[in-house]
Design a protein around this ligand. Structure first.
Ligand SMILES: [Zn+2]
Length: 158
Protein backbone atom coordinates (compact mmCIF):
# COMPACT_ATOMS: atom_id res chain seq x y z
CA UNK A 1 0.00 0.00 0.00
CA UNK A 2 1.44 3.40 -0.92
CA UNK A 3 0.89 6.57 1.07
CA UNK A 4 -1.61 7.92 -1.44
CA UNK A 5 -3.94 4.96 -1.04
CA UNK A 6 -3.55 5.21 2.75
CA UNK A 7 -4.54 8.89 2.59
CA UNK A 8 -7.51 7.89 0.43
CA UNK A 9 -8.62 5.35 3.04
CA UNK A 10 -8.26 7.89 5.86
CA UNK A 11 -10.26 10.47 3.89
CA UNK A 12 -13.10 8.03 3.38
CA UNK A 13 -13.42 6.92 7.02
CA UNK A 14 -16.72 7.63 8.75
CA UNK A 15 -16.62 10.40 11.38
CA UNK A 16 -16.97 7.72 14.08
CA UNK A 17 -13.94 5.81 12.77
CA UNK A 18 -11.91 9.01 12.37
CA UNK A 19 -12.66 9.73 16.01
CA UNK A 20 -11.55 6.23 17.03
CA UNK A 21 -8.33 6.64 15.07
CA UNK A 22 -7.68 9.92 16.88
CA UNK A 23 -8.29 8.23 20.26
CA UNK A 24 -5.86 5.42 19.41
CA UNK A 25 -3.26 7.99 18.34
CA UNK A 26 -3.58 9.82 21.65
CA UNK A 27 -3.37 6.53 23.57
CA UNK A 28 -0.18 5.52 21.78
CA UNK A 29 1.45 8.87 22.51
CA UNK A 30 0.31 8.80 26.16
CA UNK A 31 1.86 5.36 26.61
CA UNK A 32 5.10 6.34 24.89
CA UNK A 33 5.57 9.39 27.11
CA UNK A 34 4.58 7.48 30.24
CA UNK A 35 6.97 4.61 29.47
CA UNK A 36 9.82 6.98 28.70
CA UNK A 37 9.52 8.81 31.98
CA UNK A 38 7.74 7.03 34.80
CA UNK A 39 8.59 3.42 34.06
CA UNK A 40 12.29 4.06 34.34
CA UNK A 41 11.76 5.53 37.79
CA UNK A 42 11.60 9.20 36.92
CA UNK A 43 8.88 11.75 37.34
CA UNK A 44 6.64 13.05 34.60
CA UNK A 45 8.38 15.27 32.06
CA UNK A 46 8.61 18.97 32.89
CA UNK A 47 6.88 21.62 30.72
CA UNK A 48 9.76 21.98 28.19
CA UNK A 49 10.17 18.24 27.68
CA UNK A 50 6.39 17.73 27.50
CA UNK A 51 6.11 20.45 24.86
CA UNK A 52 8.80 18.75 22.78
CA UNK A 53 7.17 15.31 23.12
CA UNK A 54 3.75 16.58 22.06
CA UNK A 55 4.99 18.93 19.34
CA UNK A 56 2.46 19.47 16.57
CA UNK A 57 -0.63 18.54 18.58
CA UNK A 58 -3.47 20.98 19.18
CA UNK A 59 -3.85 22.41 22.67
CA UNK A 60 -6.89 20.31 23.63
CA UNK A 61 -5.02 17.08 22.80
CA UNK A 62 -2.01 18.28 24.79
CA UNK A 63 -4.24 19.02 27.77
CA UNK A 64 -5.85 15.60 27.47
CA UNK A 65 -2.48 13.83 27.46
CA UNK A 66 -1.22 15.90 30.39
CA UNK A 67 -4.31 14.98 32.46
CA UNK A 68 -3.97 11.31 31.52
CA UNK A 69 -0.30 11.22 32.52
CA UNK A 70 -1.08 12.77 35.90
CA UNK A 71 -3.94 10.30 36.43
CA UNK A 72 -1.79 7.31 35.49
CA UNK A 73 1.16 8.47 37.62
CA UNK A 74 -1.11 8.85 40.65
CA UNK A 75 -2.61 5.40 40.14
CA UNK A 76 0.82 3.78 39.71
CA UNK A 77 2.12 5.46 42.86
CA UNK A 78 -0.96 4.28 44.78
CA UNK A 79 -0.46 0.78 43.44
CA UNK A 80 3.20 0.66 44.55
CA UNK A 81 2.34 2.10 47.94
CA UNK A 82 -0.41 -0.42 48.76
CA UNK A 83 1.70 -3.30 47.44
CA UNK A 84 4.62 -2.28 49.63
CA UNK A 85 2.32 -2.27 52.65
CA UNK A 86 0.91 -5.64 51.65
CA UNK A 87 -2.56 -4.24 51.22
CA UNK A 88 -4.83 -5.97 48.81
CA UNK A 89 -6.81 -3.85 46.44
CA UNK A 90 -10.36 -4.79 45.67
CA UNK A 91 -11.01 -6.00 42.13
CA UNK A 92 -14.76 -6.34 42.57
CA UNK A 93 -17.30 -4.81 44.87
CA UNK A 94 -21.02 -5.45 44.73
CA UNK A 95 -21.67 -1.80 43.82
CA UNK A 96 -19.13 -2.00 40.98
CA UNK A 97 -20.52 -5.31 39.72
CA UNK A 98 -24.10 -4.06 39.83
CA UNK A 99 -23.23 -1.01 37.70
CA UNK A 100 -23.46 -3.06 34.49
CA UNK A 101 -25.65 -1.28 31.93
CA UNK A 102 -28.05 -2.52 29.25
CA UNK A 103 -25.86 -2.16 26.18
CA UNK A 104 -22.17 -2.61 25.31
CA UNK A 105 -20.41 0.77 25.37
CA UNK A 106 -17.77 -0.11 22.78
CA UNK A 107 -18.20 2.27 19.81
CA UNK A 108 -20.25 0.57 17.12
CA UNK A 109 -20.95 -2.63 19.10
CA UNK A 110 -24.40 -2.17 20.71
CA UNK A 111 -24.49 -5.79 21.86
CA UNK A 112 -27.03 -6.46 24.61
CA UNK A 113 -26.04 -10.08 25.42
CA UNK A 114 -23.39 -11.39 27.84
CA UNK A 115 -22.70 -7.97 29.33
CA UNK A 116 -19.97 -7.50 31.92
CA UNK A 117 -18.69 -4.57 33.92
CA UNK A 118 -15.14 -3.64 32.98
CA UNK A 119 -12.45 -1.41 34.49
CA UNK A 120 -12.30 1.44 31.95
CA UNK A 121 -8.68 2.09 32.93
CA UNK A 122 -7.22 -1.40 33.55
CA UNK A 123 -7.10 -2.66 37.13
CA UNK A 124 -3.64 -4.12 36.49
CA UNK A 125 -2.31 -0.62 35.68
CA UNK A 126 -3.77 0.89 38.85
CA UNK A 127 -7.37 1.60 37.79
CA UNK A 128 -9.89 1.95 40.60
CA UNK A 129 -12.75 -0.40 41.34
CA UNK A 130 -15.08 2.54 41.36
CA UNK A 131 -18.21 3.48 39.42
CA UNK A 132 -16.34 6.36 37.75
CA UNK A 133 -13.94 3.77 36.27
CA UNK A 134 -16.65 1.28 35.25
CA UNK A 135 -17.99 0.63 31.79
CA UNK A 136 -20.33 -1.96 30.35
CA UNK A 137 -18.77 -4.22 27.73
CA UNK A 138 -20.03 -7.41 26.12
CA UNK A 139 -17.88 -10.50 26.62
CA UNK A 140 -16.35 -10.23 23.13
CA UNK A 141 -15.36 -6.58 23.50
CA UNK A 142 -14.06 -7.17 27.01
CA UNK A 143 -11.80 -9.97 25.76
CA UNK A 144 -10.63 -7.87 22.83
CA UNK A 145 -9.83 -4.93 25.08
CA UNK A 146 -7.89 -7.08 27.56
CA UNK A 147 -5.49 -4.97 29.65
CA UNK A 148 -4.21 -2.85 26.81
CA UNK A 149 -4.06 0.90 27.14
CA UNK A 150 -4.24 1.11 23.36
CA UNK A 151 -7.87 0.01 23.35
CA UNK A 152 -9.24 2.33 26.02
CA UNK A 153 -11.84 4.45 24.23
CA UNK A 154 -12.53 6.80 27.11
CA UNK A 155 -10.30 7.56 30.06
CA UNK A 156 -11.81 8.19 33.49
CA UNK A 157 -12.65 11.87 33.74
CA UNK A 158 -12.90 12.44 29.99
ZN1 LIG B 1 -19.40 -5.19 22.58
Amino acid sequence: MNSDSLKEILRNLSPENQQLLEIIGLNVLTKQIFDQSVRVGKNLPGPDKFEALTHGLDSSSKLKIAKRLIYWKQKTDQLNWTEQLGWQRSRQTSKFKSSVGEICEWPGCENTDHLTVDHRFPYSLGGDTDISNAQTLCRTCNLAKSNSIYSINQWPGE
